[in-house]
Design a protein around this ligand. Structure first.
Ligand code: ADP
Ligand code: MG
Length: 148
């Protein structure tokens, strides 16, 4: 197999300006080269990364996205951690509702991202910051893992 195996690799992308969102998506594509993601699955994670990075820029100004390739011996996938030390979210349940926005946005970034991935959690504290963690497994599953 000539694809580079990125399992275990962790990449951190600082999010400060719009171009950093493009960079985070580029790193995602590189990291997932050796995974059995379909192009649809890759697009789902890329979309979630864009939404979380956009939220960092809009609400916290700066933060970071950490990407890692994970492997639980049955499946391979990507874990994304988006974190900032911004204002935090007062009501996380409300922020996860379709259409809720404190900024005249569409209010679909968080709930939409949640639907696109397999695992999704938010930890947020007012005045401290926000951390969103998500996981997306490659549907190729065990078969594709064994074939690597
Ligand atoms: N990183 C963040 N820091 C602070 N507040 C956030 C952050 N991400 C999301 N929020 C809050 O959650 C709400 C919902 O986010 P989202 O679903 O992406 O919708 P939108 O960005 O269109 O408002 C935002 O309006 C904002 O109030
Ligand atoms: Mg948003």
């Amino acid at each position: 197999m000539n694809a580079v195996d990125y399992t275990g690799v962790v990449e951190t992308v600082a999010i400060r300006v719009d171009a950093d969102i493009v960079e985070a998506r580029r790193r995602l594509r590189t990291l997932t080269q050796s995974l059995s993601y379909s192009s649809a699955e890759l697009a789902m994670v890329a979309t979630a990364i864009s939404e979380l990075a956009r939220n960092i820029l809009t609400y916290a100004q700066t933060g970071e996205i950490v990407l890692s390739v994970i492997d639980d011996h049955r499946r391979v996938g990507v874990r994304v951690v988006a974190r900032d030390e911004g204002p935090g979210i007062v009501d996380v349940d409300l922020a996860l509702k379709d259409g809720y926005s404190s900024s005249q946005g569409l209010g679909l970034g968080l709930p939409g991202s949640r639907r696109l991935v397999d695992e999704f959690e938010i930890e947020s504290e007012v005045g401290v910051g926000t951390t969103v963690r998500l996981t997306k497994w490659a549907s190729g599953g065990a078969a594709s893992w064994a074939a690597r």
